[in-house]
Design a protein around this ligand. Structure first.
Ligand code: PLP
Length: 401
């Protein structure tokens, strides 16, 4: 018997998590998922508008590329640690065509296991315990997770309707400007559906450069802009590459959420730090997935245009139905989310609970995205128009508007 095997009398063996695990924020939406599942298990026809999971399949030409590539013995070996060059070239080509942004595939592109991974990593790469990062409120909760894992602090930048859901850098306190090392931005925005003009990114670059704050632009919904307007990339702003990186993902643009392919693009130093950290944790994605991802980025983009048209049609259907029941809200300019004000006297969590219990419609309460999300619910456009109409019809019957 070796010395470190516990003797029977020392059982039960207690496993204690490292402190870092206790610092992780609570997953607010886990309880929402449970509630929805409980209603479904009870036999109710729940219309789930609370999630952000694309409902359409990946386009067939991408799936076929992966199927064929899976048979290539080259891909059965370890991939190059920083991924295949052809994939980095493919994303550089897409950025050139769509945004006029020139990227060096070797030094300005890092391949990620989805955007989420990168958005958590960036805090580990740049923040020491006690450092400050600026985070949008409401915002995508994974920014909080990364900050927590790094032991960093957060200062929240309110996104208010009066300012088109853009942060007001003028209201960041002098102390926070000085302390902050990293700032997260996300347009088209989850959860508000707002987009950002180029002038906002120009102001961002100036603010970031002046105060030495790295910008992490989360462009997860970069392809999804409505009313004929393509969303602007942060990297289109002059000097953006000097101060930050952009995160791009195939999850939404090509309905590839399950494939886990994303990129960090821009600042060379940050890209090299990402690659260094990843060297210690991962070997890059399965080569067949990389090949299919490159096909997604370089083949016809008609599927993307069709997908955007699908979401826009759903948005219009939803808003026509909302106006019929007297629920007034602003139409989103991008992403596949709508951000709807909660009627008085409800708060967002109780209102969402009421809709689930009485209308069997699931929505995401705004408070789950931060304090300034209170007063709203997030409704996704990830269901067919007839389901969206049916959801609004059911809500209308509650007579709340
Ligand atoms: C704002 C935002 N950023 C990033 C992501 C991450 O996407 P993925 O990890 O699938 O690339 C999501 C996914 O829902 C998101 O909503």
């Amino acid at each position: 018997m070796t010395a470190n095997i516990p003797k029977p009398e020392s059982l039960p063996f207690i496993i204690e998590a490292a402190d870092i695990m206790n610092r992780l924020p609570k997953q607010f939406f886990a309880s929402l998922v449970q509630n929805v599942n409980r209603e479904i298990a009870a036999g109710h026809d729940v219309i789930n508008l609370g999630q952000g999971n694309p409902d359409r399949p990946t386009p067939a030409h991408i799936v076929q590329a992966a199927q064929a590539a899976a048979a290539n013995p080259l891909y059965h070996k370890y991939s190059p640690f920083t991924g295949h060059r052809f994939l980095k070239e493919a994303v550089a080509q897409r950025y050139k065509e769509d945004y006029g942004v020139v990227l060096d595939p070797d030094t300005e592109v890092a391949i990620l296991f989805g955007g989420k991974t990168g958005l958590v990593q960036i805090s580990q790469i740049l923040l020491n315990p006690g450092d400050l990062c600026l985070v949008p409120d409401p915002g995508y909760p994974d920014y909080w997770s990364g900050a927590a894992l790094a032991g960093a602090q957060m200062s929240f930048m309110p996104l208010l309707r009066d300012n088109d859901f853009l942060p007001d850098f003028g209201s960041v306190s002098p102390l926070d400007r000085k302390r902050a090392k990293l700032m997260f931005l996300n347009y088209p925005n989850n959860p508000t559906g707002a987009t950002a003009p180029l002038s906002f990114y120009e102001d961002t670059v100036a603010f970031a450069a002046k105060h030495g704050i790295v910008v992490a632009s989360d462009f997860a919904y970069g392809a999804i802009g409505f009313d004929g307007k393509r969303p602007v990339s942060f990297l289109q702003a002059e000097g953006a590459k000097e101060v930050g990186v952009e995160y791009y993902t195939l999850s939404k643009t090509y309905n590839m959420a399950g494939w886990r392919v994303g990129f960090a693009l821009g600042n060379k130093k940050i890209i090299s730090l990402i690659n260094l950290l990843q060297d210690h944790i991962y070997v890059s994605l399965f080569g067949a997935i990389q090949e299919a991802a490159a096909v997604a980025l370089t083949a016809t983009q008609q599927n993307v245009a069709d997908l955007v048209a699908t979401y826009e049609h759903r948005r219009n259907t939803l808003f026509d139905a909302l106006s019929e029941i007297g629920w007034k809200a602003d139409r989103p300019k991008g992403s596949f989310f709508t951000w709807l004000p909660v009627p008085k006297p409800w708060d967002s969590a109780l209102f969402a609970q009421k809709l689930l219990e009485e209308a069997k419609v699931a929505v995401a309460p705004g408070i789950g995205f931060g304090e300034h999300g209170e007063g709203y619910v997030r409704v996704g456009l990830l269901s067919e128009p007839e389901r969206l109409r049916e959801a609004v019809r059911r809500i209308g019957k509650l007579g709340l508007f």
